[in-house]
Write a protein of this length. Structure first.
Length: 101
């Protein structure tokens, strides 16, 4: 029995999706490399200022590492989402312009 993925497939849709995913992941990695440290340094003082009175000073290093990982994950996810949407809308717009007539 054929699964839905095997039975109905548009020609080229898998290649487009794969290419779009590769481009958005690559771009998101590059943007994360540059943007995550900016987010981290802009917010770490506030996070540690909140952590020290509420949880004690012994958690500073642990919270700083977790906050850095969180900043990287959020930055990567947001960048990947924006780039994936941008690529798909750009290709759709380009298709309309090319095949308008």
């Amino acid at each position: 029995m054929l699964t839905q993925r095997q039975s109905v497939s548009k020609p080229g849709s898998d290649a487009f999706t794969t290419g779009s995913n590769i481009l958005s992941c690559s771009g998101a990695l590059l943007l994360t490399f540059f943007l995550a440290p900016l987010l981290y340094h802009a917010t770490i003082a506030w996070v540690l200022g909140f952590t020290q009175p509420h949880y004690g000073g012994g958690w500073d290093d642990f919270v700083a590492v977790l906050w850095g990982l969180g900043c990287a994950a959020v930055t990567f996810g947001a960048c990947q989402m924006v780039l994936a949407i941008t690529f798909r809308l750009g290709v759709a717009r380009l298709t309309v312009l090319i095949f308008r007539h």
